[in-house]
Design a protein around this ligand. Structure first.
Ligand code: DON
Length: 307
């Protein structure tokens, strides 16, 4: 086994001159204020060891990475029935695109583009008031990370509520096709709060460890999903987790991964480790520029690519 701490240290050292590359998300005003000169990385191995570099302990807005946790909850609730509401194919379009929805009867291509994630949130809300659904997700993520200090950044949630015009359009469009059951404002209230989950790389890598370890968290002993379901969530992350950048991420990194416009990327080396990298500057398709480079370096230096 490679010396993982030495690998992380070398990645951090080599990337230090580049920290600040990319452009922070500015369509959510609260995220536009984030200092781009930050970089963190954490790796948690399935035998429970934690490795950190840079700002691994600094909480950031996990944004779309939350879609992995909401998807896990939705599958737990309705199982394979979820696929009546959302597809499992890459979209080849931007994360917030509306174009396919009209031709495809309001059924989003996959659970990770915004439209798909909004439909997934609607599924989780069944039988719950919005506040309860948010509470359920927060409890779930705290349980996964084994850390009660995970919070939701209300300012970020509010900021997106005020400016999330595209998400309102997507949700209204799907409601017209009867693929959203709850009032749009309620669904988006939950969705914006899930995206505003604030977590550090270390917390994120811990929370996602079950996906690297056949569905169970070896640090807590909690069984979260079946091995089959963990495999399938990983398959969706590999094919759709980076939107129209998914092919490129698979090509360069070769791991299932999920990005967020807060600059985080969560990735899984199945059977080996879960990984989180963060740097706020984004590339053209809205994925963290340096976090992707860091993951490419990690995969190359450890041989963890699934291919
Ligand atoms: O709905 C949105 O636009 C944001 N809350 C999340 C988008 C996102 O993270 C896309 N990922 N790179």
């Amino acid at each position: 086994m490679v010396d993982l701490q030495a690998v992380l240290d070398s990645i951090y050292k080599e990337l230090t001159p580049r920290i600040g590359e990319g452009k922070v998300a500015d369509y959510i005003p609260e995220l536009a204020k984030i200092d781009p000169h930050q970089f963190g990385m954490a790796v948690v191995t399935v035998d429970g060891k934690i490795y950190r570099a840079g700002d691994a302990g600094v909480p950031f807005s996990i944004q779309s990475i939350s879609k992995v946790f909401m998807l896990t909850l939705a599958l737990g609730k309705v199982g394979e029935g979820l696929w009546k509401r959302v597809g499992r194919e890459p979209s080849g379009s931007a994360f917030n695109s509306i174009v396919q929805l009209e031709h495809e009867h309001g059924i989003p291509r996959n659970p990770f583009i915004n439209a798909g994630a909004i439909a997934v949130t609607d599924v989780v809300m069944a039988g719950h008031a919005p506040r309860e659904a948010i509470g359920e997700l927060l409890r779930f993520v705290r349980y996964l990370a084994d850390d009660e200090s995970v919070t939701i950044d209300e300012k970020v949630a509010r900021s997106e509520t005020q400016t999330g015009y595209r998400n309102f359009a997507l949700a209204n469009f799907m409601r017209a096709y009867k693929n959203i059951d709850h009032p749009v404002e309620h669904v988006l209230g939950v969705y914006f709060h899930q995206c505003a989950l604030s977590m550090s790389c270390e917390q994120l890598a811990k929370a996602g460890l079950f996906l690297a370890a056949r569905g169970s968290n070896p640090m807590t002993g909690h069984s979260v999903v079946s091995p089959k379901r963990a495999r399938r969530i990983n398959a969706l992350m590999l094919t759709c987790g980076h939107y129209d950048g998914s092919g490129d991420f698979a090509y360069h990194v070769g791991l299932p991964g999920k990005s967020g416009v807060g600059g985080g990327i969560f990735a899984v080396a199945p059977g080996v480790a879960s990984i989180a990298a963060w740097s706020p500057g984004l590339n053209k398709v809205g994925n963290s520029q340096l976090a992707a480079v860091a993951l490419e370096m990690l995969a190359a230096r450890t041989g963890w690519s699934v291919f």
